[in-house]
Design a protein around this ligand. Structure first.
Ligand code: K1U
Ligand code: ZN
Length: 178
C-alpha cells in the first residue's frame, strides 16, 4: 500500500482547468491512489471538494466531504464518472469558493437538489440525491470535469476582476519560487 500524498492544486487561469475531462475506464489501483491523494489534498487545503483536473489529471473523478459541523465524523466520498441525472426545479444560492481560485467567494444560484449516478471506489454503480451544501458541492465539482468554474456564472466584469487578481497572485508565487 503506497502512502497518500498531497498534490499541488492548479490555480486559475490554467488551460487544464478549462478542458473536458475523459471518463475513467475501469477503477484501477492507479485511479484509487489518485482518489486517496485527492482526499488528502482536499482535507489539507482545507476544502469540501476537489476534482481531478484541479490536480492536473483530466479524468472524471471527484472527491467530497461537505460535513459542516466541526466535530462531526468525516464523510469522505469518491465519485468516478459522476453524472447528474435529475435536478430540482427549486434553486438555492450559496456563497461558493474554489481551491483553484483562492480567497475569492461569490454567490451562485444552482438547483437546490441533484440526483447523481457514479461508480464507487469498488467499481460499483451508485445513485444518491444530494441537498443543501452537498448539492452545491457536487454540482460545482462536476462542473470542473466540464471545464466550468464558479466564476463562469458571474457577470463578465466581476469574472475579469477575479481573473486579474489570480494572474497577479500567480506572478507573486512564481517570483517567490525563483
Ligand atoms: O472544488 C473546489 O475548488 C473545492 C471547493 C468546493 C466548494 C466550496 C463551496 C461551494 C461549492 C463548492 C472548496 O472546498 S472551497 C473551500 C471551502 O469551501 C471550505 C474551506 C474550509 C472549510 C469549509 C469550506
Ligand atoms: Zn472549484
Amino acid at each position: 500500500m503506497k502512502r497518500m500524498s498531497i498534490r499541488p492544486i492548479l490555480i486559475h487561469p490554467d488551460p487544464r482547468l478549462k478542458k473536458h475531462a475523459a471518463p475513467v475506464e475501469g477503477v484501477s489501483d492507479e485511479m484509487r491512489k489518485l482518489a486517496e491523494d485527492m482526499l488528502e489534498t482536499m482535507y489539507d487545503a482545507p476544502g469540501i471538494g476537489l476534482a481531478a483536473p484541479q490536480v492536473g489529471v483530466l479524468k472524471r473523478l471527484i472527491v467530497m466531504d461537505a460535513v459542516k459541523e466541526k466535530d462531526a465524523k468525516p464523510q469522505p466520498m469518491v465519485l468516478f464518472n459522476p453524472e447528474v441525472v435529475w435536478t430540482s426545479p427549486e434553486r438555492n444560492v450559496y456563497e461558493e469558493g474554489c481551491l483553484s481560485i483562492p480567497e475569492q467567494y461569490a454567490e451562485v444560484e444552482r438547483p437546490a437538489e441533484a440526483t447523481v449516478r457514479w461508480l464507487s471506489i469498488d467499481g460499483e454503480q451508485q445513485e444518491a440525491k444530494f441537498d443543501k451544501l452537498w448539492a452545491t458541492c457536487v454540482q460545482h465539482e462536476i462542473d470542473h470535469l466540464d471545464g466550468v468554474l464558479f466564476i463562469d456564472y458571474l457577470k463578465p466584469l466581476k469574472r475579469q476582476m477575479i481573473t486579474r487578481k489570480m494572474q497577479k497572485l500567480k506572478r507573486e508565487l512564481a517570483r517567490e519560487k525563483a
